[in-house]
Every structure is written in structure tokens, then in C-alpha cells.
Design a protein around this ligand. Structure first.
Ligand code: PMM
Length: 266
């Protein structure tokens, strides 16, 4: 899954693709680079980001989705917490609603997800983007994230979303310390074992710089991103949400080829 942020302030690529033509070019480049899914977002969820109005968010993403739909058969995901934006995006050609609030942002969100019939990514976040990194605290991070996701599955099912439309995402970096992120990455097999496709988003995230101080700039975190996403693929996640599609696709091809190689005879 390649990331296309049409925002002036996303943490790693903010402002680069706010121009509609630049965003479309970037989207098509990511498809050529090997993306099977494009995740299009019009509101930054970085810690402390300022919220965007519904009208502004729609104006950023809907024309891009429509233009992309006319040019490519790639699966399109809309990264939004707003049901109205999800509805407009699906009408324009999106097939996945990626919601970092797991359908909690508006009371009607679960009903809208059921009505749209699209796939839905339920992601874990502690608090909201304005406060989530203040002092995240858990007793048992893996158990609590798992319990949260299963509770959101129940809410979605109760609203009428089909079980086979649901994805889960532990939400790397959303209200988590370095230790929390590492515990969740190490526990990916447990999330995969829940029986839903798992989405992993570690691309260019801050925890990489916390492990390697040379990664202070977001675009100096490719190596760490690859390591996390390869670990995710080995654990069986269904998709990885990345900015660097070419390099990630290449790394995954090599990992798969090694796994498929015959055992040596001697
Ligand atoms: N991360 C970001 C935004 N949306 N959605 C899901 N499902 N999982 C994530 O990890 C995730 C997300 C933040 O990254 P960005 O600002 O580069 O888009």
C-alpha cells in the first residue's frame, strides 16, 4: 500500500503533493513502482496536527480519487476519520475506508461503513492526534490493543459490516512509546492469528529515529522502515503502508524468493 498524502503538513511528505497534478503523478508513480493499493489522505494525523474541515478534506481527495480511477485499476483506500469523506471517496472509486479512529470519530461511522459495503481498516490509536503522544501508558500494550481491535470488530459487525470486509492495524506510532511500538511489532503473529488481514504502517515513523539517531530526518528512515515491514511480512501481515514503494516492493520480492528457495541437498 503506497501512501499519497494530499496535505500541507503530514510528517514525512507534507506539502509535497498538495497540487492535484503533482498528487496524481505521485500516485501513478507509486503504481508503477509496485503498489497494489494506494492510500489517499487529505488530513494529517501527525501528533498535534490541526484538524481540517470536511469540505477542505473532500476538495483535496475526491478529485484525485476520480482522476486516479479514470487512469488506473489500482485499489484505492481513503485515509479519513470522517464518514462523509469516506462516502464521497467511495462514490469516486475508493474500495477501502482506512480509519485511524476505527469508526469512533462520529456516531454514524459504523452505519456508514456498513452502508458503503467497502473494506474497512480498523486501527488502534490511544487518544487523538492532538494528545496521543503526550504520555501513552498501558498495562499490557499488546493485550490492550488486541482487546480494543476486537471490540471495534464487534461494533462494526453489529452495525452490519461483513466480517470479510474488516482489516486490523495495531497503529504503530499512534499513542505509543518506542517500547510499545517494538512490543506490537514483535506481537504481529498474534494479531495475524486473529483471522483478519492485518495492515502495518511503520514507514518513516519516529520510533526509527529513537533507535538510530541518524534517522532524525523522516526521509532518512528507509532502512528502518524496510526492517519493520519485512518483519511484518514474515509475520504474515496482508499489507504494509509505505512511502517508499519501489524499495519496499523489491525487499519483499527478495524476502519471498528466499523463503521459496529449495532446501540445499547437502
Ligand atoms: N499511519 C499514518 C496515517 N494513516 N493508517 C493506518 N491504517 N495505519 C498507519 O500506521 C497510519 C495510517 C501516519 O503516517 P503519514 O502521516 O505518513 O500518512
Amino acid at each position: 500500500m503506497g501512501v499519497v498524502n494530499v496535505t500541507p503538513d503530514s510528517f514525512s511528505d507534507g506539502g509535497q503533493f498538495i497540487d492535484p497534478d503533482a498528487a496524481l503523478d505521485q500516485a501513478l508513480k507509486l503504481v508503477a513502482d509496485g503498489a497494489d493499493i494506494l492510500d489517499i489522505g487529505g488530513e494529517s494525523t501527525r501528533p498535534g496536527a490541526t484538524p481540517v474541515s470536511e469540505a477542505e478534506e473532500m476538495a483535496r481527495v475526491v478529485p484525485l480519487i476520480a482522476a486516479l480511477r479514470a487512469r488506473s485499476a489500482v485499489t484505492i483506500s481513503i485515509d479519513t476519520m470522517k464518514p462523509a469523506v469516506a462516502r464521497a471517496a467511495v462514490a469516486a472509486g475508493a474500495g477501502i475506508w482506512n480509519d485511524v479512529t476505527a469508526l469512533r470519530h462520529a456516531p454514524e461511522a459504523p452505519d456508514v461503513a456498513a452502508e458503503l459495503g467497502c473494506e474497512v481498516v480498523l486501527m488502534h490509536m490511544l487518544g487523538d492526534p492532538g494528545t496521543m503522544q503526550a504520555a501513552p501508558t498501558y498495562g499490557d500494550v499488546v493485550g490492550e490493543v488486541e482487546a480494543f481491535l476486537l471490540a471495534r470488530v464487534e461494533v462494526a459487525l453489529a452495525a452490519g459490516v461483513s466480517r470479510d470486509r474488516l482489516w486490523l492495524d495495531p497503529g504503530i506510532g499512534f499513542g505509543k512509546t518506542l517500547a510499545h511500538n517494538l512490543a506490537l511489532l514483535a506481537a504481529l503473529p498474534r494479531f495475524v492469528a486473529l483471522g483478519f488481514p492485518v495492515l502495518l504502517g511503520a514507514s518513516r515513523k519516529r520510533f526509527i529515529a529513537a533507535l538510530d539517531c541518524r534517522g532524525e530526518a523522516a526521509d532518512a528512515r528507509l532502512g528502518g522502515s524496510l526492517a519493520a515491514h519485512l518483519a511484518g511480512a514474515a509475520a504474515g501481515v496482508a499489507a504494509v503502508r509505505v512511502h517508499d514503494v519501489f524499495e519496499t516492493a523489491q525487499a519483499l520480492v527478495v524476502q519471498e524468493a528466499i523463503q521459496a528457495a529449495p532446501e540445499p541437498r547437502t
